[in-house]
Design a protein around this ligand. Sequence first.
Ligand code: FEO
Length: 386
Amino acid sequence: MKLSEKIRYVGLNDTTTKLFEHQWTIPYGVSYNSYLIVDEKIALIDTAAAACREEFLEKIKDEIGTRPIDFLVVNHMEPDHSALQQAIREKYPDCEIVTNAKAVPMIEGFQGIKDNIKVIKEGETLALGETTLQFFMVPMVHWPETMVTWCPEEKTLFSGDAFGTFKVAPECVIDSKSDIFNEYESEMRRYYSSIVGKYGGPVQTALKKLSGLEISRICSTHGPVWENSIPQVLEMYDRLSASRLEKGVCLVYGSMYGNTAKAAEAIRAQLTAMNIPVQIHDLCEEDLSFALADVFKYDSLIVGSPTYNAGLFPPVSAFMEALKARGVKNRKFAAFGSYSWAGTSVKILNNLAAEMQFETVHDGISFAQGFAPEKFAADQIAQSFA
Ligand code: FEO
């Protein structure tokens, strides 16, 4: 598919895989985006996931026929983009891999390729004919070897995972519909918080480094090609990576027999009555990435957990671990939860909140056995977030 006379999209949509990275649910699928620059020389930017081999090779052939690929640019080595490097080498044996020094051992480790690799440095260029490629290192967006590729003649940034999103690319690939950014906003935030969320600092560094480029097209590795929504996409990455948060509450809980769930619902009702924005997430019913996406949106977090084996209920424990792993901090916080004979969950949650530099605005409520609305001061918790 032509994005321009010289840039062709050869990515694929995946609606079969249930879990991205074998852990994140993708109900709307995902795309593995790859691009050809067809000039006097032909360059391929990244590849795709292993399962896409035949379709990927077919798409390339549809674009370039019997011409060879001269360069395979490796921006990122996570296997959703690198798994078909060996397949490209088999089909196009003279194809030279172009990448940076940090990717070289990964290429050997993942793909067993050691030869015909051109190692480039920050800012170096590669001429293809009328077009040029220039390379910028963006370590930890999303792995240490990650770089982006800039084509100045096309004002196109091949951005790797940056500005990517869950959900398959639209049929036309480009974000040509006016409201398409809004269609992708929540899945993009879920992708960012799950995959890139730990690396806000490196994302900020990358955004500053790339801020001088006059970008007209962003070709990321997942989701639409951004042409019309570039300001929104850049603003979103800047906001998420800088932790600029909206006023509102992400209310997250797990519940064994429904008592902590009833308490959560009581808090949600009070927040709503006070016109405080709230998104509620049941960790037993949904992937924790949906809750993570709202943690990265709102300035407040309320967490409910029953006491289980004198600790946290395991789904809630996994959620708190996910927050710690991403370095989430500076949220207003409160905890609640039921217990059967000895309550520890609220104390544990408050301790974790202190570790993460949250501001605990209410001591929390730990209640024995069944939920009784008259004994549970949901209004006081809600009031603490006003
Ligand atoms: Fe889409 Fe970090 O790979």
